[in-house]
Design a binder for this molecule. Structure first.
Ligand code: DQA
Length: 226
């Protein structure tokens, strides 16, 4: 049994490239792919990309600019598109906590239709105190039992402290780790703390500190072989 599952983040500007990159990621040994659909330029291409990849092994993400994403349309358009993507029933649909809080209709639909939803929250500057992060997790709990909290580690201390947040997320399939150089250890360790998978890059990092699929496999492989 591999020690950890790997989810490759795929970012491309059109459907064909995204589908090709997803195939490449699976060939390289990724267990899952995260389709960063917010990098795609038109809504038609977003839906075409969603149709082109193996949705049972895919996380669909349409990240807002306010949470570090690239989606260039209006918030109404993004929410409408999220709903259409959810109707495709991917393995998980990633929706930011603030999006669920601001859009009852979307939240109700995801719940009533039992769409597996990964509630996410990101901080691209720092790692707030753990009690603040625990409060965020409490709010996430209202929407799903899949949660993701991604912060930015400014120091190794931030990373070490962040790992104890797993205690506040029992039963929530938590994915908790930190971006940045000082956070790389958390990307590797999260699997040992019970995260269902860790994110990796195919080649180019989609977020600060992302390792490649090959690096992750090398690290986990050598833990296993001892
Ligand atoms: O939330 C995350 C994690 C991530 O930001 C990372 O740091 O690996 C990459 C994003 O694509 C994904 O949605």
């Amino acid at each position: 049994m591999p020690l950890a599952k790997i989810c490759a983040s795929i970012a491309a500007e059109n459907a064909n490239d995204l589908v090709a990159q997803a195939k490449n990621a699976f060939d390289l040994g990724a267990d899952f792919v995260e389709a960063r659909l917010d990098f795609i330029v038109t809504p038609e291409q977003v839906m075409q990309a969603a149709d082109g990849i193996d949705k049972d092994r895919a996380v669909f993400t349409l990240r807002s600019k306010s949470q570090g994403g690239r989606f260039s349309g209006t918030e109404e358009e993004r929410v409408r598109l999220l709903r259409k993507l959810a109707e495709k029933r991917p393995m998980l649909i990633d929706v930011e906590l603030e999006t669920l809080q601001a859009n009852d209709n979307l939240a109700d639909y995801l719940e009533l239709a039992s769409i597996p939803t990964l509630v996410s929250w990101h901080d691209f500057e720092k790692t707030p105190p753990n009690d603040e992060l625990a409060d965020i997790i409490m709010e996430m709990r209202l929407y799903s039992n899949y949660v993701k909290v991604v912060t930015t580690a400014r120091s190794v201390e931030d990373s070490v402290r962040l790992m104890s947040l797993y205690e506040s997320a029992i039963g929530l399939h938590p994915i908790i780790f930190a971006m940045g150089e000082a956070g790389v250890m958390t990307r590797v360790l999260c699997a040992l703390y019970g995260a269902p998978y860790t994110y990796a890059a195919v080649e180019k990092a989609v977020a600060p500190g992302q390792l490649t699929i090959a690096q992750m496999k090398q690290l986990y492989g050598s833990i296993r072989s001892r």
